[in-house]
Design a protein around this ligand. Sequence first.
Ligand code: WT7
Length: 651
Amino acid sequence: MSHPSLYPVSAKAKTRTHITDDVYQEMYRQSVEQPEAFWAEQGKRLDWITPFNKVKDTSFELGNVKVNWFSDGTLNASYNCLDRHLAKRASQVAFYWEGDEPGVQKTVTYQQLYDQVCQLANGMKSLGIKKGDRVTIYLPMIPEAAVALLACARIGAVHSVVFAGFSPDALGSRIVDCDSKLVITSDQALRGNRATHLKDNTDAALGHLGESNPVQNVIVVKHVGKNIDFHNGRDIWYHELVASQSKTCEPEPMNAEDPLFILYTSGSTGKPKGVLHTTGGYLVYAAMTHQYVFDYHDGDIYWCAADVGWVTGHSYIIYGPLANGASSVMFEGVPTYPSVKRIAQIVDKYQVNILYTAPTAIRALMAHGDAPVEGADLSSLKILGSVGEPINPEAWNWYYEKVGSSQCPIVDTWWQTETGGILITPLPGATALKPGSATRPFFGIKPAIVDNEGNQRDGVAEGNLVILDSWPGQMRTLYGDHDRFEQTYFSTYAGMYFTGDGARRDEDGYYWLTGRVDDVLNISGHRLGTAEIESCLVAHDAVAEAAVVGYPHDIKGQGIYVYVTPRVGVEPSDELTKAIRAWVREEISPIATPDLVQWAPAGLPKTRSGKIMRRILRKIAANEHDQLGDISTLADPSVVDILVNNRLNRK
Ligand code: WT7
């Protein structure tokens, strides 16, 4: 069956919308021509303790990069997400929590969330946590995760959430990097009926750190109810800590540019980067994008099926929706447990109006035909969202037709941990859709396409995606390493923020994201640096050298293809391959587990100066070894033939 390549804005979406196309055009023009006036107006969507007079103070000039917004204003993020809603919404549900196991559920109203946040905030204060201290949060998708983030924000502590799928070592390095005094975790996490031992992992992480362990206390949520080791004097049960605490806690006045959180993400070098976001600009941007991109209206039931361990969870489960007084579904589990019908069942159960998920989930379900949507009433849905990687047209069409009954616009939202919120996206009532395109820039965003020399390309063009001017949700620095921040994002193309992504702009000015142009992989919408996996591999006793590349994968978007040269005397075997995969899984995370491991006893293709030629390795991994291009600069071209002959991804 052939599908349209353009979907005009539906009449229904037009009547419902905050923003029609005319309004988009006019607001966009103002946002880029008069950013000061535009953002001064948008800043008013928050409640300020001291109103701002300054709006924008930014520069992308290398050596002098600065990103300051609303910088003489003061506010508190948790106040904006909670207190200010109570008069009207005390008994409105903030979260419909759906547990991993069907039938396990809970609702949390705005009043209850407020009470719990104040109690935990007071509890943290009683442990000596104060404004500016860093707190690491290592929790499953449970209401306490929302409470923990907001309690930090309330007292001005800077949260650093570590995804509950990360290993003890990954957790430990993130704790040390930002010098956290406190960890908030739970006994275990459950996803698809599989337990992750979060408290054991925390103990292991802190144990490995030895002398350099900065953590004084560990707060433990009793979630699954399993026995754990308890370190007296250090560990505290969450329920015991909060039980005696008052349900009021004055929100700490924060400067708009005071840090709100750190979130670690992968880059093209080995060490994860601590992306730092601040309070005022981030919250304005998260709230505004949540309202307009999802066309959120009072009373809508909204479900972002991401995890709070990623930026999507920060901006579009916690801060954006709560700042807007929204009612959200929060889901602990996975789309395929107990069956592939789970997403549809949850939509039906809570009569979800807006669903925001990732292409990898859509592809996993799509493989089961109609089964994932059969038997469920999905007629409540009005808007569908996609995030994390390009959505291929097949997946787009399945999502549109099967989930949205050809009635719901799909907003394909392009953004990054670094951008704080959505930058390129359709608006449901304004933008005609093209499957596979993230379409047009959001308000205030000036994307451009540059060639490898940094020359801007006008009109229809393909190249590197850069952003020419700042927006309020932009990251401010890399925690503790401003120089790396400048080098990573502003040194490649002078005066521009480099996204690391490639993009094409078509005749309608629509953007089509073409994937990373750096050594960053996108596995099921999760970002992983090849260097990170490589340094893990070479730390294994059997491995002399390793190179990691991505290759096209039907469900995950990209799979992880590993080339390993064994140490002298080591004989490759199936057992060893298994051990290597398990090693990476344990050392980093299950999401980093190599899909294909090719032994390269004869070595890897290198230039005469010793640089591994990844371009060739990518081609072999993609089964495109007939398109290797010029290999004349190789030190020893014969290794290429050996690798091609033993390649693992044969079609
Ligand atoms: C990278 C950022 C944004 C929250 C989740 C990921 C890729 C993200 C899209 C999209 C094409 C996308 C990019 C980007 N990406 N959304 N709609 N279309 N690519 O955040 O872990 O910081 O990863 O994800 O490559 O640079 P992240």
